[in-house]
Design a protein around this ligand. Sequence first.
Ligand code: FDA
Length: 307
Amino acid sequence: MLGPVILAASRSDRMRRLVTAAPVTRQVVDRFIAGETVDDVVPIVRDLTAKGLELTLDVVGEDITTPEQATAARDAYLLLIDRLGALGLGERAEVSVKLSMFGQALPDGHDIAHRNVRRVVEAADAIGTTVTLDAEDHTTLDSMFAIHEDLRRDFPKTGCVIQAYLFRTEADARRLAASGSRVRLVKGAYKEPAEVAYQDKREIDKAYVRILRVLMDGDCYPMVGSHDPRLISIAQELAHRAQRKPDEYEFQMLYGIRGEEHLRLAAEGHRMRVYTAYGTDWYGYFMRRLAEKPANLRFFVRSTLTK
Ligand code: FDA
């Protein structure tokens, strides 16, 4: 029951001010956010790749309100890609972007976000890596899918995310499965109304399995984004039945969550990619992580009160 309340708070400016000013927030945030700057994150990229893991890097931020902020977000990604290229890490680390951070909600936002993300995709391609477009709330998805389709004409490896909790997703999955795209399937992390999304955890899990089967049986490159042990073993079984080789799908999990499982899957010979977020505008990302597991909220409140 706490999850929806936290998700509502994730879009409140008042809560943002309270949480980001709390005395020990940084200590709790550090579990999920790999640092504030590119310099902070580079040692983590080196460490995880040395352990046989791959990464997708996210510069945290979303829902910006001015074109200047969108340009700054784009430039933060260009700086990251430049650094990955200079260090020769392009093959092991790709990037994930949120189009709302690139200006999608501004007037003419679709075109602004499209222009900004294209620059990032071009830079990523130049160092031999790829970009995945994260899925945000359902009102943004038609625009995201249109941008994804357009980018794929020039950069076919550009990926996108689909969310199992949305009713629309099975149809999106069929389209993407036939297109040869890279597709990350996740359960979905936003507060969505009952008109568009399953609310019941079991229904979401059932939808996840149905959609995963579509992806595994299709021509696309499935990226299984989940920490759920049951879904991970179902994914292994579906990949096996579809006769996919280990380099024809991958698992993805978030930095700070079930780290031992990252290593176990990599040791078993699976491709395992860690979604690693860093930056200063961490509020929305952090609140979604709290909402996914109420125990995280208890830890956060306890450490704030005992300070
Ligand atoms: P579930 O929530 O059932 O968790 C399974 C188990 O994992 C839990 O029992 C717990 O042990 C552990 N766990 C999960 N979340 C935890 C947390 N926050 N803290 C501690 N333990 C936790 N969503 C979205 O809407 N758009 C997107 O673009 C993305 N992108 C994305 C990329 C990647 C790589 C991942 C793994 C996830 C996303 N998500 C996302 C988030 C996703 O929608 C979902 O909210 C989380 O992955 C949690 O769902 P699980 O599948 O892990 O299952």
